[in-house]
Design a protein around this ligand. Structure first.
Ligand code: NAD
Length: 494
């Protein structure tokens, strides 16, 4: 990456974005648009179509038509693979342009966004492209004279609803396996981060994806998202976002056609540090990065730090030192480690959590305030609160911001008890040099992933998903494919 190129790209005017339906750029049916404000400096970047329910239904109709005439599912696997691989190549070829556009839209620091957004999106699309012609059906063990075959068929029209924190990466987690298995997709990007995802959808068409197979409609969740949820013609909904929206999607499914609903929701992930961690300085630096990168707007962020009481004070001091040293600010500067909070509303909510934590007896060790207000952007100092009891608001509710709550513990059993004391179960971490303890902790912590002596970074080869109110179903890995297929049995008398 080169700062000069980034600086040139950030000066480019951003065109208005419209929906992409049936391979065509289409304005909202009533002509309405939404302003796109950059969280980096509060300026107006561009406008996107503010979709109506009719727009969403038009996209679903296009996706259904594409699915029914088998213009995509009916292609030889090698052809589908070629198109998806070309798409991945185009994402990579345009990686810096995509990353800068995305950062101007959502505020993630470019050093992280470049790798996590176009980088990971291209790797994900490629992973499923390469898998699609290696997935076989099954022949069942049957009585003589019977052939029992199990076919894997696409489910039909998949509705994918994406959040604002990593739109391209999370978008690719849904689009990659869905398209690889021959489904049609309708995408609904988040209100405050649609630009890079819409550009990525354009690139899919440049790669040769037939029109109608992948459609994208921008607008408000409560309008276009609801229309998708209530549609009688969407077969599966795949979602990443908040628990509140997840609940609504299940209700929409119940009110309409009982479509499948797969949810990837929030977390309150415990990062557990034992006194016997192999390298406490490294643990402190990684704990800080594990909550503060992307201003805490990471679903798996290690937002609860559980520290063995004997090292509590020294360890908190080390994490605070690492936090204070992190460079917060302009997300388009290569040296920035903590970018902007996505919106002013999110920043206000973060600050509200700090106030509540203090009212409930917590001590702010560092941060706790809005900073760099003169830039016009939304920035918050990395914040550490100690004295957070396991039942405190900061220990129970997801902030989705750069706020770390610290809780001491005495024993392994107590650590597991505290780790499992929320409604969530997305991610966790353990720092110990004791292999047996590491395995006991992996078994004891009820989450979709437990990191040991590291935090964050699992790639597309492993599943990502939560338990409890962190959701169901998995993105990433070959397991994600199960969400996008129907199993059909052929029971044949020979
Ligand atoms: P959100 O639920 O507000 O929005 C997510 C998406 O849902 C957006 O596209 C939005 O427009 C849409 N939406 C909102 N209301 C809707 C409705 N009534 N019907 C249909 N769609 C609707 O969440 P957010 O604020 O964008 O994202 C932050 C949340 O996402 C956090 O809770 C975070 O933990 C979670 N998250 C989870 C993961 C994961 O993999 N588990 C990853 C990233 C973020």
């Amino acid at each position: 990456m080169d700062q000069t190129k980034i600086d040139a790209l950030r000066m480019q005017a951003v065109p208005d974005f419209k929906h992409l339906i049936n391979g065509q750029h289409v304005a909202a049916s009533d002509g309405a648009t939404m302003d796109v404000v950059s969280p980096a400096d509060g300026t107006l970047l561009t406008r996107v179509a503010k979709g109506t329910a009719a727009d969403m239904n038009a996209a679903i109709t296009a996706a259904r038509a594409a699915f029914e005439d088998r213009r995509w599912a009916g292609q030889p696997p090698a052809t589908r693979k070629k198109v998806l691989l070309k798409w991945a190549d185009l994402i990579e070829a345009n990686a810096l342009e995509l990353a800068v556009l995305g950062v101007r839209d959502n505020g993630t620091e470019i050093s992280m966004a470049f790798r996590a957004e176009p980088g990971s999106a291209a790797a994900t699309i490629r992973f499923y492209a390469e898998a699609l012609d290696k997935l076989y059906g099954e022949i069942a063990p049957t009585p003589p004279g019977i052939l029992g075959m199990i076919h894997k068929e696409p489910v039909g029209v998949v509705g994918a609803i994406i959040p604002w924190n990593f739109p391209m990466m999370i978008g690719a987690w849904k689009m990659g396996p869905a398209l690889a298995m021959g489904n049609s997709v309708v995408l609904k990007p988040a209100e405050t981060a649609s630009l890079s995802l819409m550009r990525m959808v354009e690139l899919a068409h440049e790669a040769g994806l037939p029109p109608g197979v992948l459609n994208a409609v921008t607008g408000e969740g409560a309008v276009v998202g609801e229309a998708m949820g209530l549609s009688m013609d969407v077969d599966a909904l795949v979602f990443t976002g908040s628990g509140g929206t997840g609940r609504r999607l299940m209700t929409y499914a119940a009110q309409s056609n009982l479509k499948r609903v797969y949810l990837e929701l929030g977390g309150k992930s415990p990062n557990v540090v034992f006194a016997d961690a192999p390298n406490l300085d490294e643990a402190a630096a990684v704990a800080a990065a594990g909550i503060f990168r992307n201003a805490g707007q990471v679903c798996v962020a290690g937002s609860r730090l559980l520290v063995e009481a004997s090292i509590h004070d020294d360890f908190v001091a080390a994490v605070a030192k690492a936090a204070k040293a992190m460079r917060v600010g302009d997300p388009l500067k290569l040296e920035t480690q903590v970018g902007a909070v996505n919106s002013e509303a999110q920043l206000d909510a973060n600050l509200g959590f700090v106030e509540t934590a203090m009212a409930e007896g917590g001590n702010v060790v560092t941060g706790g305030t809005r900073i760099l207000q003169d830039t016009g952007g939304y920035y918050m100092a990395p914040t550490i609160v100690t004295g957070v009891t396991p039942d405190a608001t900061l220990a129970q509710k997801e902030v989705f911001g750069p706020v770390l709550g610290v809780t001491p513990f005495e024993t392994e059993e107590e650590a597991i008890g505290i780790a499992n004391s929320t409604v969530y179960g997305l991610a966790g971490g353990v720092w110990t040099a004791n292999l047996s303890r590491a395995h006991r902790m992996v078994a004891g912590i009820r989450t979709g992933v437990v990191h040991v002596n590291t935090y964050g970074g699992p790639d597309v080869a492993v599943p990502m998903g939560g338990v409890g109110q962190s959701g169901n179903g998995h993105d990433k890995s070959l397991h994600a494919i199960d969400k996008y297929i129907n199993l059909k049995t052929a029971w044949i008398k020979l």
